[in-house]
Write a protein of this length. Sequence first.
Lengths: 404, 76
Amino acid sequence: MEGMQILTVTELTRCIKGVIEAEDLFAAVWVRGEVSNLTMHASGHVYFSLKDEGAVIRSVMWSNVARAMRFTLKEGMRITALGRVTLYEKQGQYQLSVTEVTPDGIGAMYAALEELKDKLREEGMFDASRKKPLPPLPRKIAIITSRTAAALRDMVSIARRRMPCVDILLVPALMQGADSEASVVDSLRLADSVPDADLIVLGRGGGSIEDLWTFNSEQVVRAICACAKPVISAIGHETDFTLADMAADMRAPTPSAAMEMALPDSRDLLSHIEAAVSGMATSLRSKMSALATRLDSSASAPCMSFPARMLEGRWQRLDMAGDRLFNAFSQKLSRHGSRLGEATGRLESLSPLGVLSRGYTATRRPGGELLRGVRDVLPGETIETLFFDGSVLSEVKMVKEGDS
Amino acid sequence: MDVKSEINFEQAMERLEEIVGKLDVGDLPLDESLLLFEEGVSLARQCSVRLKDAEGRLEMLLKRANGTADTEPLEI
């Protein structure tokens, strides 16, 4: 042994490592094999073996590579991996450090997808002209998803928050796997046949590219296009784009976003209505006070001392009409929430209240214009007299002009 | 019926806005203003009643073996 060079284990291993990792030897090799012994470590690193009939090689995919993958590795999956061969000294084991993976057959899958997309596009399946508008305020939404999907709970809770009164009908379907295509097509037909549903939402959460592949199926695209009701498609995450999305009348980035597109927020609409009511009240109030000013100045002119009586009558009728409107309005609305009630309360300033309750009445054509004087009325005509507590319809027997 | 009533909601909101605009200009005769106001208030009431309807149903469609479909209440 004397004179011989003795290496430590570490020294020998490093020598081998040096040979294997020499720059241009195995720095970038493409290897085809089947995934086995797959372990997804909590750190994000993925350990597995690549094997074929004759051999096996340990492989590792570091977390930065694993995170950037567009699909998930599965046990038994056949892949082509790009990597460099390294040696892990502690175990004396060489391994493939993988930087890129393509599932075998995915290239063919994508080529077929592009072909199908072109074919369907030529048929006009994705044309903007065939997109149906969404209903402004749906009463019943048919949701197609899996009964157990987390997306279902999200969609229902968003619907309840935005428009509590909307009806929701789940049309359950298998959203992934071999039977999902037939199931989704079937559910689309069923949902479209529900008479009182006015919108269909097709939704599922994110998943691997294989999981979402159902929504690239020709039959699913055709079933979406065949729907008479508008369809919103919400498949996967924002970055996932399927043929179903292209065929639908509207594409939502996520199931939750689909419900936000489908339903306006009832609170926004109610405050809009409230603003409209108070806007009308303000306009009318300013109109009335402008008229009152004109009436006062005209009535106070000496030459108007007699005709002023007719104007007074008119003013009373205006007061009465305002009161009646306000009463009818506030009675009906007070039942429907205090916020609107507050807006209507501003109407009280429209006119002095209670003119009618002091015994005055006013007369108009039924449901129509106020009668300003006897010249507006013909014998035989039906007129409506308004009291503080209701109205009377009468037929005119005679018309007498001048002081009664 | 539903399609019709949805269009009506949209139309009612548009008509309400139109009325607000007309009253805002303020050059209409008083009688006409009052009639418009009455119409607007009624539209506002209809629309807000529609929005404040009772909470909607949550159901699931069930396919029967004979090809018909049924619904049953759904718990989330």
